[in-house]
Write a protein that binds this ligand. Sequence first.
Ligand code: PMV
Length: 317
Amino acid sequence: MKTLSDQAVGTAHGKIILIGEHAVVYNEPAIAMPFLATPVEVIIETIDGDSVISSSYYQGFFKNVPSSLKNIYTLTETICADLNQSADGMSISISSLIPPERGMGSSAAVATALVRALFSYFKKSLDQTSLLNYVDISEKIAHGNPSGLDARVTSSESPVYFKKNSRFTSIPLHVSGYLIAADTGMKGQTKKAVEDVAQQMKQSYKQTRQLITKIGLLTEEAKTAIEENHTARLGELMTLSHDCLKQLNVSNEALDHLVETALKQKALGAKLTGGGRGGCMIALAKTAKQAKRIAHKLMENGAVETWIHALGEDFND
Ligand code: PMV
């Protein structure tokens, strides 16, 4: 006999790459941040009969989900089978503030929230390793060959420092300030941008390698700035890394315009985040008031959406 909760909730959040994108492909470090301003919530309730799902993409019987939700379907079936529970009789409702296809970890965050909700619904405990393994099942269906970074950061409260083929390390978040993210409204073009950097590496090795090495050094310094609460320096490092990314040709006009807008509004720093050529940019502000003003100006200058994430204690204005 099953003992079910009437309602169970699972949560997660988005991620952004703070610094190190593209260089991380060439074995330099990168730092990703949990972005709590874009939460995801999955609620499961008991119903009679076949399971149903409600999300912004689709509402209806779970067994008829479109291909964009196949990862969620397979994940649910797998967990129910592993826990020896029926996959019928559930109403699964997904609400997410993470924009899809912007490199903000949308699919991993939804999967994380779903795994947590299912384990809570079936009153089973869930350890971090099992959570990551389950999210990986979903991410493999959604993306083919996930690095595991999105799963790690969308379920964590701490920044994550990582290098290709090595362990992810949590960094203690001691930095104060406000991180603003702004969406250009264009899908990011990570794959194309990564391919183009590889091409540049072949064509002008010395110059491209120098830029990659410089981003690596900026990232190492950013780690120290986060650990030792040097917010202003962290901002400078972000802007310097944007300059390198620009020289690597992975920015575009819309991103550059938003970065310049944020800097004109006295952001401590600003840069594109993720693959580039669209997607999102980020800026760092000292106070909540400055962050709100920057977000407002970004909207006036072409952003379609902005979010503000408080990193720590506010400074006095
Ligand atoms: O756009 P995102 O969040 O998937 O980040 C891409 C980061 C790159 O360094 C450009 C590519 C990669 O695989 O690390």
